[in-house]
Design a protein around this ligand. Sequence first.
Ligand code: NAP
Length: 303
Amino acid sequence: MHWHVLGAGSLGTLWAARLARANVPVTLLLRNRQRLASYRQGGGLTLVEQGEASLYPVPAQSVDEQSPIRLLLLACKAYDAEAAGASVAHRLSADAHVVLLQNGMGSQDAVAARLPRARCILASSTEGAFRDGDFRVVFAGHGHTWLGDPQQPSPVAWLEDLANAGISHEWTPDILSRLWRKLALNCAINPLTVLHDCRNGDLQQHPAEVATLCTELSELLSVCGQPAAAENLAEEVQRVIKATAANYSSMHQDVARQQRTEISYLIGHAWAVAQRHNCAVPHLQMLLQRLQKHLQERHLPGD
Ligand code: NAP
């Protein structure tokens, strides 16, 4: 199977470089010819692991080329995913698979609606990577990626490529439960770290705020048909706060770097689903409003 990776950012580069290293055929897709020209000037993707940089001359194209795509990894931010997916819709074969690596929820449905013929595989990853230059990525945290298709529980054949590339992964028929659980953990931790301008561990100073959110989130998960994702949520939130005490959350990092956050696909999505189910979540609502105000005051999008 030939992989196409759309989005040459942190995770896209991390995947493309490891696939190429394992001799799995992979092509990078860039948004336009200008980006393609600057990529070619640099000679490839650079992946930094344990302080050591390696250059992978992964072949690249711009999205407007015509050759068919059978297996696409969509590795952009949630707010870019729909437009990015649509930009290659004309190239997807009738039996195409599209792997969606976005954090949060909501963007996956938007992409699937744009690509009705493709089989969309949802992914949830705990790997960590960041860009320290153009087409240059640091592999910061080893983790695991869960993949699944809520429409079709049978696994896909190309998981073998991931194994060969050393990408730690697992196929799960319950990917929605994983995505909801991760979303709930994010809602209980990330917005508060932004509002209190603190590291994850400092939330131990705000136990009541965290506990109230966990209660509302657990109820929301039960109401929207995800009771397994609600199990022991408060305990896991505390465990994550302690285990990642020294870290700044991804949302905190986005705000500190003056970058757009993915809140519409995280707490914003939770709030929208609560509305749809008539589930009262007053603290979550207040948190979302405070967060939006905080972002707007810093000239960042509130969505
Ligand atoms: P990122 O570093 O910002 O990379 C996104 C890439 O997508 C950028 O290279 C961007 O291009 C590209 N892109 C956006 N729209 C495009 C389009 N229309 N056509 C072509 N390329 C397009 O983001 P990331 O950190 O890899 O995150 C991707 C997703 O994974 C997010 O939802 C994130 O929350 C999730 N995630 C990330 C991590 C992590 O450690 N980084 C961990 C777990 C989950 P330009 O370079 O041209 O701007």
